[in-house]
Design a binder for this molecule. Structure first.
Ligand code: TXA
Ligand code: MG
Length: 348
């Protein structure tokens, strides 16, 4: 059921449902989330079932603001506080050590918890209504079936889950790709997933160099909050961030990334192989070749992120078999978009 009436009554209805252990799809500025009361392991279990997602994959817990952080996190390093002050509410998730006894299922059993304060006004109003009912945080992964493209419109959520699910309609998501994720348990910022907030912006705010997951850490060990995993073998083999699985964010059609100079030749070849009307092209280069379904890629990274997932879904709706995408520039502004495209292409 789509909730798109008055903000106050929609949020009251959604908060009632969440407080009684039901799932509600909610808008955020990044993508829509499939939310449950983070304090109820039973409610959170339904998220894993609905998405078809393995239950050891941790979910992000959404909070109203920084004041709710100590409820979920047992320690917060200075640089994480700086990041919250600078970027919250907004598209930034921080991984912090989890306070024992809270949000166990939401954290997928890990000793850490991912926290984010969303800036979308509907999400903020909902979190306030939830707090009035004793619900402190909302566990919410993106509201798509496991391995599929994240939803940026209420209609995308309904396409994956049908019309029985309560969906709070907040219009098109402004950012369009999932939040930047920074692990704050390792003594300094480690970028687990790129997003609109760039590594550069994190470095500028904290004065610390951003590390990548594979990189050796040379942070000051005294400031490291590194936490012992519950079961080291399971955590090592289970992906910490499902957004880091290679084949993720995939449309049904095969996605190929092409450098700009190769685009015309590759499009012509694909057209010969799969036939007219079956090749989608998403590029900054104008490609008005007959038989291709060409869509212009914005020259600005934020504008591109905003429409990226809706564009991939549109190609699927057109039943194309192959999507050729012009590889975006290798600069930091584009890192989030590039990451999602590489994952989409990885399952081709
Ligand atoms: O923008 C977003 O982040 C959206 C909206 C709804 O907030 N949510 C989202 O959730 O993308 P999801 O579940 O699709 O991705 C959350 C990512 C996963 O890759 C998960 O593994 C990681 O966050 N994550 C959550 N808690 C974690 C933890 N304790 N340690 C490591 N990674 C964690
Ligand atoms: Mg997701």
């Amino acid at each position: 059921m789509l909730l798109n009436g008055s903000l106050a009554s929609d949020c009251a209805l959604a908060a009632d449902a969440l407080a009684s252990g039901h799932l509600v799809a909610i808008p955020t500025e990044t993508v829509y989330g499939l939310a449950a009361d983070a304090g109820s392991d039973a409610a959170v279990a339904q998220i894993f079932t609905a998405k078809g997602r393995p239950s050891d994959h941790p979910l992000i817990v959404h909070v109203a603001n920084q004041a709710d952080v100590p409820y979920f996190a047992s320690a917060v390093p200075e640089f994480a506080k700086v990041l919250m002050q600078r970027f919250w509410p907004g598209p930034l998730t921080l991984i912090l050590p989890r306070r024992p006894g809270v949000a166990m299922a939401a954290a997928g059993g890990q000793n850490s918890v991912g926290l984010r304060s969303p800036s979308h006004p509907v999400a903020q109003a909902l979190l306030k209504a939830c707090a009035e009912r004793g619900v402190v945080g909302l566990a919410a992964p993106s509201a798509n079936l496991f391995g599929r493209i994240s939803p940026t419109l209420a209609a995308h959520v309904q396409a994956d889950f049908g019309s029985d699910l309560l969906v709070l309609d907040g219009g098109p998501c402004q950012v369009g790709i999932e939040s930047t994720i920074v692990d704050c348990t390792r003594g300094g910022p480690v970028l687990l997933r790129p997003g609109q907030i760039t590594a550069q912006a994190i470095e500028a705010a904290t004065g610390l160099r951003v590390r990548r997951p594979g990189e050796p850490l040379q942070f000051d060990l005294a400031s490291t909050l590194e936490i012992a995993p519950t079961d080291p073998s399971s955590v090592q083999s289970a992906p910490k961030a499902s957004g880091t699985l290679e084949a993720h964010y995939a449309p049904r059609a095969r996605v190929h990334l092409c450098d700009a100079p190769d685009l015309v030749a590759n499009a012509a070849k694909a057209l010969l192989v799969v036939g007219p009307g079956k090749v989608g092209v998403y590029s900054q280069q104008v490609l008005p070749i007959e038989g291709l379904i060409w869509r212009p890629m914005p020259a600005n990274a934020s504008a591109c992120a905003h429409q990226l997932f809706a564009q991939l879904r549109e190609f699927d709706d057109q039943h194309v078999e192959v999507i050729l995408v012009e590889a975006p520039a290798a600069d930091q502004e584009w890192e989030g978009v590039r990451d999602r495209l590489q994952r989409a292409a990885a399952s081709a």
